[in-house]
Design a protein around this ligand. Sequence first.
Ligand SMILES: *[C@@H]1O[C@H](CO)[C@@H](O)[C@H](O)[C@H]1NC(C)=O
Ligand SMILES: *[C@@H]1O[C@H](CO)[C@@H](O)[C@H](O)[C@H]1NC(C)=O
Ligand SMILES: *[C@@H]1O[C@H](CO)[C@@H](O)[C@H](O)[C@H]1NC(C)=O
Length: 382
Amino acid sequence: MESHTLYAIFGLIISLALLPNPTISTKCSFPAIFNFGASNADTGGYSALFGQIPPPNGETYFYTPSGRICDGRLIIDFIAEKFGLPYLSAFLDSVGSNLSHGANFATVASSIGPQDMPIALGGNSPISLDVQFAQFSDFYRRSQILRKQGGVFEKLLPKEDYFSQALYTFDIGQNDLTAGYKKNLTTEQIKAYVPDVMGQFSNIIKKIYGEGGRIFWVHNASPLGCLPYFLDRFLITAGQMDKYGCASPFNEAAQYLNLKLKEALAQLRKDLPEARITYVDIYSVKYTLITQAKKYGFEKPFIVCCGQGGKYNYHLKNYCGLNKTIGGKEIVISNTCKDLSVRVNWDGTHFTEAANKWVFNQIASGSFTDPPISLDMACQRN
Ligand SMILES: *[C@@H]1O[C@H](CO)[C@@H](O)[C@H](O)[C@H]1NC(C)=O
Ligand SMILES: *[C@@H]1O[C@H](CO)[C@@H](O)[C@H](O)[C@H]1NC(C)=O
Ligand SMILES: *[C@@H]1O[C@H](CO)[C@@H](O)[C@H](O)[C@H]1NC(C)=O
């Protein structure tokens, strides 16, 4: 072969290598995660506001209460691990927080829309999604001013570039449904306000995009009707139970919210051309785990691990970690089950670390996302 032909071939190979190749995509490496949400993703916000979530929360992994309602790690912790990032500090926690690789704005009982029932009366968190966004926006601006001072601030706060390169994660909306049931609204009445709630959600995504956020990973609502909290707390008639033991009206409300969420995200992909938005079907993954627990190596999916009383080892007033004084003696009401690694439900509403890890593995694979891309490809164009 003549040498100039060889050069031509080499040249072709080199230029092919330099061209963006649509069939070879590189895995994402996010420098930071900014999370918005509620108890499924709170790593200390509620504890900072209202006092520490008590033991035995944290007993499997952190060996101390860690601001999470779980015996160990949450899905957001497994996401951070996946990208080699530290666990997210809560933005609201002024003690020991390191926000250099992201911040968590979630608090227990947060909803998308602001709620009027105070948390002390069994209502929702005052830190609804609009407040979480205000905190994020303020954090962005002030962190950059402080970083310029150098020293420790440079080591505690994110670089400006991180805000456009970060993964933005969302797990919020379930409490907008719960808030309605607490007011004794019917499932039909609750469904009627879901489109408005989704409008509020879309507005926040647009605002984050306006601040430079591009990559969004959005969890949908869980099958609420399969959770002992719902099964015990709200009135259900026999005809409303499905063949697995879940209450259909609550699941119907969650599925309706998920349908509207999916539509809202489809519209956002059109409105925000540079965004990469992934819809994550947590509902299906959790429903599969609860209804086919044995098949996946789990047991007693409806029996609460840390609780006491009733059909589900659960009672709202005897919640996980509560101590009661009986006959002058303090008694820890909520002892933990011994077989945590095969149990699904931690406290009536939240999942065990083992279940969270299982759910994480399913969603990270890309089998339950729209578009069907794995978590480490979430930065690729849809
Ligand atoms: C309940 O009692 C246990 C054991 O004495 C203690 O570790 C825990 O902090 C107490 N919880 C609360 C909420 O006071
Ligand atoms: C904050 O965390 C990052 C990443 O783990 C680390 O490099 C940095 O030194 C920490 N900052 C401080 C002040 O410890
Ligand atoms: C909802 O109904 C229950 C049972 O009838 C009642 O005890 C409760 O006060 C009602 N709650 C509200 C917010 O109206």
